[in-house]
Design a protein around this ligand. Structure first.
Ligand SMILES: Cc1cc2nc3c(=O)[nH]c(=O)nc-3n(C[C@H](O)[C@H](O)[C@H](O)COP(=O)(O)O)c2cc1C
Length: 168
């Protein structure tokens, strides 16, 4: 049986994170598929033994397709790990801080705060008890001007490697 890594993205960074998670799980010997959450059908839910679901965060909210998929998985009784791709707290910078201000706190502290803000409330509302939760940075640009880029492969790899032991 295999793992399905599903994601909802607008600008591609959640997909990039999902694909890196899939790559690491494959390196650990798992059979892994990836899919846009909009396209996950019942056969895919029935055909995979565990799931990783990720969403980008916009205006504090999950994207609808990933959230709806989590709702379907809450009733499926299979292991589900959850991640979000966020700006805000994942940059380690306070709103209004100087552009060259160093990030505050550790990556683990930022991840814990983003999980508390964005992953836990959604899982609780859907009645889903995830086997693992994490948060990763992303990138935001407006009209070609980069506002931030906090995407980093290392925390993604660390989490994915730990997931390999968690997901059956
Ligand atoms: C319109 C917009 C709203 C956003 N709102 C939030 C937010 O409320 N909280 C947050 O942490 N990040 C926010 N972000 C940052 C995104 O979560 C981040 O850029 C993420 O990497 C986007 O993922 P994607 O590339 O998969 O779409 C926002 C980004 C955009 C473009």
């Amino acid at each position: 049986m295999s793992v399905l890594v599903a994601y909802s993205t607008r600008f591609g960074y959640t997909k990039k994170t999902a694909e890196l998670i899939a790559e690491r799980l494959r390196l650990a010997g798992k059979t892994v598929d990836t899919a846009d959450a909009r396209k996950v059908n019942q056969a895919q839910i029935d055909g995979h033994s565990s799931f990783v679901v990720g969403s980008s965060i916009a205006a504090g909210q999950w994207k609808g397709p990933a959230k709806r998929l989590l709702g379907r998985l809450a009733g499926a009784g299979k292991p589900v790990a959850v991640f979000v791709s966020a700006g805000g707290v994942m940059t380690g910078k306070k709103p209004g801080s100087a552009p060259d201000a160093p990030p505050e706190g550790t990556i683990e502290e930022r991840q814990a705060e983003a999980v508390r803000l964005f992953a836990q409330p959604v899982c609780a509302a859907l009645g889903l008890k995830p086997v693992a939760q994490s948060a990763f940075g992303g990138r935001m640009a407006f009209f070609g001007k980069e506002m931030f880029n906090s995407w980093d492969a290392r925390p993604v790899e660390t989490w994915a490697d730990s997931l390999a032991g968690t997901l059956s």
